[in-house]
Design a protein around this ligand. Structure first.
Ligand code: NAD
Length: 284
């Protein structure tokens, strides 16, 4: 079995022989009606032929719910840069800035509801076709779509609540916002004095070990990995689809733009997730 390290770049056993990869859609031009039918049909066939699917999602699956991603031309990084974990720890100004961004973004996060792509994934899980969803997302929309908590592996945590970095005590966002609006800051944990932070994993922060182990097990048990809406440039997360493929699973990628793993994939569809997955799985 292939091991996945923090860099996620270990090589597993050689993949078994697969069909040449199929690239459907394509950036820079509209897919024709026939291409749309055939890429959906190919994805459906891959799903039907598999016995255990693992779905790997990124910010792109939630853009159709109104939450911007990072790296699309209209994504968040066109406007702002991420705050690194060490800066959050070191600087009260950075913590204030992180909380200001969090509270500014709250109305969008709260209004967001699962879209057709989330519903298609939920159906695969409900029907026992997919064993788990490994997600980089922090928005809780897979759970909101009806997937049991136990089948959602959150690699980058969850932004719908906060916790103390020292003792782990949980804090609700609404209560922290009240304090922030009143005092201009979120105070340290009343229980232990540790810093409070949203329960997300920032760049530079250690990955959650249990989620990493679970993601590795799901990856290596799958015979099909479907990537939805990820640029696949953030490691170690992007190491999972790569490891699935190198372990012998088929790899299908649905993403508007090219990704770092397109060259490895059995099927690449450069179109919107809601339409492609909705049609492939038969969900509105
Ligand atoms: P990314 O922004 O790097 O890539 C998203 C990809 O999705 C892009 O390549 C884009 O072309 C594609 N995309 C966007 N909308 C699409 C659609 N409707 N159909 C098909 N493709 C679509 O995101 P990432 O790879 O997940 O990595 C960024 C990091 O950002 C992750 O660590 C994640 O934690 C965090 N993030 C999460 C959210 C969220 O929870 N919703 C939002 C923004 C960022």
């Amino acid at each position: 079995m292939a091991a996945i390290s923090r860099t996620g770049r270990e090589r597993g056993p050689a993949a078994r022989l697969v069909e040449p990869r199929l690239v459907a859609g394509g950036t820079g031009r509209q897919a024709s009606g026939m291409e749309r039918t055939s890429d959906v049909a190919r994805l459906r066939r891959l799903i039907e032929a598999s016995t255990r699917v693992v779905v790997f999602t990124g910010a792109g699956i939630s853009t159709e719910s109104g939450i911007p991603d990072f790296r699309s031309p209209t994504g968040m990084w066109a406007r702002t840069k991420p705050i690194l974990f060490q800066d959050y720890l070191a600087s009260a100004d950075m913590r204030r800035e992180a909380w200001r961004r969090k509270f500014d973004g709250e109305p969008v996060m709260r209004a967001a509801e699962p879209n057709r792509g989330h519903r298609a994934v939920a159906r695969l899980v409900r029907e026992g076709k997919a064993s788990a969803v490994i997600t980089q997302n922090i928005d809780g929309l897979h759970q909101a779509s009806g997937i049991p908590e136990a089948q959602v592996v959150e690699l980058h945590g969850n932004a719908t609540y906060a916790h103390c970095l020292r003792c782990g005590a949980r804090y609700e966002i609404d209560a922290l916002r009240e304090t922030f609006e009143r005092d201009g800051e979120v105070h340290p944990c009343p229980a232990c004095g540790g810093l409070i932070k949203t329960a997300t994993v920032s760049f530079g922060q250690p990955m959650p070990q249990a989620a990493m182990l679970r993601a590795e097990a799901e990856t290596l048990a799958a015979d099909l990995c479907i990537v939805l809406g990820s640029s696949l440039v953030v490691y170690p997360a992007a190491g999972f689809p790569e490891a699935a493929k190198r372990n012998g699973a088929r790899l299908a990628i649905v993403n508007n733009e090219e990704t770092g793993l397109d060259r490895l994939a059995d099927l690449v569809v450069h179109r919107g997730i809601g339409d492609v997955m909705g049609d492939a799985v038969g969900v509105n």
